[in-house]
Design a protein around this ligand. Structure first.
Ligand code: AMP
Ligand code: GLY
Length: 424
């Protein structure tokens, strides 16, 4: 089959490498891909948000199957556009991608269908929000309704920071129209777990659980980032918790979307917090997580293309989805200064790695035959092993064999998870 993957980060690199393992795969195009992806797929210089050009490329090149990975094109209707041309896709149509595209939608959905989440109020007028915030208890959480590059959530310790957040989101419009409406919600505490699920709208199959590390610096300090590293499986996600999530969250969510006439097909990502009152949904994403995918897919034993085709053809219940019993760790090598200002254009040198270690490229490009840095998060350096401790050790060993100027990594990816495992 001729496959097209829309996107160009570490997540897409992990998807492409897995799709390449399928005997059905003949050729993969990446739109736009990146420097590292160009070794595994043919990169085409079309941006992930250029839906018209993506659709035209798919038609002109007789693409058999399209995987739309990032949130923006999904929310903007890339899958709808490809479906109109008769092209099979993995990913939700816009009417279902709204589960990530609008926090007001997802909060109202959870309230209507009794899916556990933080208490909340919705505001479209800054003055109403401010008078509510004068009486609120702190810390409190303010969320822009729409997509905001993962930066639309502000945790406010007091009224002053909340007032600043309202001004920047609703008056200064730092997230554009995404800030026309906001959600103010209860601050929850507890360990966080990411669970990515395959679903065709009838059956839902959770993948191995994972843990992201969102802050820029060790010990969860510094600014929020797109994710500085991940581990899988997440030791907090016991069989008991998994069962409770399936009954109270996963199945109710796909049923709710069906009832709303918004059947979700693709990868549904549950961002969960395990509170002392049980698991609650922090966020839904309509796609694979980044960098969660970089630790989840290496543990997938089954054929990813077969699973994706089954999702599109609504026969997921017939497919065996199997994960290996081991563990995986991904350490992000970033450009020093990320998530703020950083320099790019430095050559990336990779020494030979051990067999269980591998690298997914996120922010690199090919320049004069060399791979150079081109983004904030540059590489996801990963390893799989029989247990978490070895996966972490081997991922960091691999980090020592990859070099570029101004590189920055956290040194404690997986440390919290290991402590939890050792104290069990
Ligand atoms: P999100 O962009 O929705 O993933 O939120 C970013 C991060 O903010 C989450 O991973 C949580 O750590 C935190 N967060 C979001 N909502 C809440 C909440 N209601 N209570 C506590 N922390 C939250
Ligand atoms: N790693 C979080 C996300 O993909 O949204």
């Amino acid at each position: 089959m001729k496959i097209m993957v829309v996107g160009g980060g570490g997540r897409e690199h992990a998807i492409i490498k897995k799709l390449k393992e399928s005997p059905k795969t003949e050729k993969i195009y990446a739109l736009p891909g990146n420097g590292g992806i160009s070794k595994d797929a043919e990169c085409v210089n079309i941006g992930a948000k250029d839906i018209e050009a993506i659709t035209k490329f798919a038609v002109d090149n007789k693409i058999d199957f399209a995987v739309v990975a990032p949130d923006d094109p999904l929310v903007m209707g890339a899958v709808d556009s490809l479906h109109k041309e008769g092209i099979k896709c993995f990913g939700p149509e816009a009417k279902a991608a709204i589960i990530e595209g609008s926090k007001v939608f997802s909060k109202n959905l959870m309230k209507k269908y009794n899916i556990p989440t933080a208490e909340y109020e919705v505001f479209s007028n800054p003055d109403d929000a401010l008078s509510y915030l004068k009486e609120a208890s702190y810390p409190t959480v303010i969320k822009a309704d729409g997509l905001a590059l993962g930066k639309g959530v502000i945790i406010c310790p007091d009224y002053k920071t909340a007032e600043e957040a309202i001004n920047s989101i609703m008056n200064d419009k730092i997230f554009g129209d995404s800030g026309n409406n906001i959600v103010i919600e209860e601050f929850l505490t507890g360990p966080e777990v990411s669970v990515l699920c395959f679903t065709d709208g009838k059956t839902i199959v959770p993948m191995v659980s994972s843990m992201d590390h969102k802050r820029a610096l060790d010990n969860d300090e510094g600014l929020n980032t797109g994710g500085m590293g991940t581990i899988a499986p997440n030791p907090c996600y016991t069989e008991e918790v998994a069962k409770e999530c399936m009954e109270k969250i996963f199945i109710p969510t796909i049923n709710a979307m069906n009832k709303e006439n918004r059947t979700f097909k693709g990868c549904l990502y549950f961002g969960l917090m395990l509170t002392d009152k049980g698991p609650k949904v922090i966020e839904y994403n309509c796609r694979f997580g980044d960098p969660e995918t970089q630790v989840v897919l290496p543990l997938l034993k089954s054929d990813l293309l077969e699973i994706m085709l089954a999702v599109e053809e609504e026969r997921l219940s017939e497919i065996n989805v199997e994960f290996s019993k081991g563990a995986a760790c991904c350490v992000v090598m970033a450009s020093n200064g990320y998530p703020q200002k950083y320099d790019t254009g430095f050559e990336v040198i990779e020494e030979e790695l051990d067999d269980n270690a591998f690298i997914y490229h996120a922010g690199t490009k090919m320049q004069d035959g060399k791979i150079v840095t081109s983004g904030g998060r540059v590489l996801g350096v990963c390893a799989t092993a029989d247990n978490l401790e070895n996966a972490i050790k081997d991922a960091y060993k691999a980090v020592g064999k990859v070099h570029f100027q101004n590189s920055y990594t956290r040194t404690d990816i997986g440390k919290k998870a290991l402590n939890i495992l050792n104290n069990k």
